[in-house]
Design a protein around this ligand. Structure first.
Ligand code: PRP
Ligand code: URA
Length: 217
């Protein structure tokens, strides 16, 4: 698996990250979801550079112009519920993409014994698609790995891009094990060093689902 860390060089992405992490700004839910969406826009632009393009003849009001546009059949898949705002940002950019959803929740517990439950899946057929699996938090990596296995029941994508906002080192290691080849790319806006004993990313940002939508019971 190839890893691209968009936060490693200075860009406005790090300004969005600062607002997501900061306890003084992250409590504004609209801003929090907006920053996830803005990071998705920037990341989608980078992913778009990896697609396959062919030249199309575009009729303007005055003449025909040759314009290269991508030919990939993009499907953007996410994990409910923290992934929703991030997902929306990718759909803003890839306006013709299909969307795929899956529910997964982590049964809270000790980091080495987190159980993940998948109960709902709605996806188009994935055979031959360019599949963008997007979820803001890659902590243990369990949700993403199980989500991808579940999405495979809908067909085998031709290309896979995994897009996250913050990835822990442990989560990256798990995905590297699951995707040993370099045909899969993991895009992140930050890599954080550790998980705490409840499998939250440290320093991280806290609970992305609760910050987006409120604390769940
Ligand atoms: C978050 C996030 C990931 C998962 C990552 O969802 O959206 O799906 O945690 O953790 P993992 O890498 O250890 O599996 P969460 O379980 O908090 O659910 P929520 O979206 O309902 O808040
Ligand atoms: N899910 C989150 O929302 N945050 C973490 O740090 C880990 C999982």
């Amino acid at each position: 698996m190839k890893i691209v860390d968009l936060g490693a060089s200075s860009s406005v992405i790090n300004c969005f990250m600062a607002q997501l992490r900061d306890v003084n700004t992250q409590t504004n839910r609209t801003l929090f979801r907006g920053n996830l969406r803005r990071i998705a826009h920037a990341m989608a632009y980078e992913v778009s550079r990896m697609l396959d393009y062919s030249v199309k003849n575009i009729q303007t009001p005055l003449a025909v112009k040759e314009v290269p546009t991508y030919d990939d059949r993009i499907v953007v898949g996410t994990v409910l519920r923290a992934g929703l705002a991030f997902h929306e940002g990718f759909l803003d950019v890839f306006d013709g993409a299909d969307a795929a959803f899956l529910s997964a929740y982590r049964e809270e517990g000790k980091a080495d014994d987190i159980k993940i439950h998948i109960e709902y899946i709605a996806a188009p057929h994935l055979d031959g698609s360019t599949f963008l699996l997007v979820d803001p938090m890659l902590a243990t990596g369990g949700s993403l790995e199980l989500a991808y296995q579940a999405f495979l029941s809908k067909g085998k994508p031709a290309k896979l891009h995994i897009c996250c906002v913050i990835a822990s080192r442990q989560g990256i290691e798990r995905l590297q094990h699951a995707f040993p080849g370099d045909d899969v790319t993991l895009w992140v806006a930050a890599i954080d060093p550790q998980l705490n004993d409840r499998a939250y990313i440290v320093p991280g940002l806290g609970d992305a689902g609760d910050l987006s939508f409120g604390e769940k019971q």
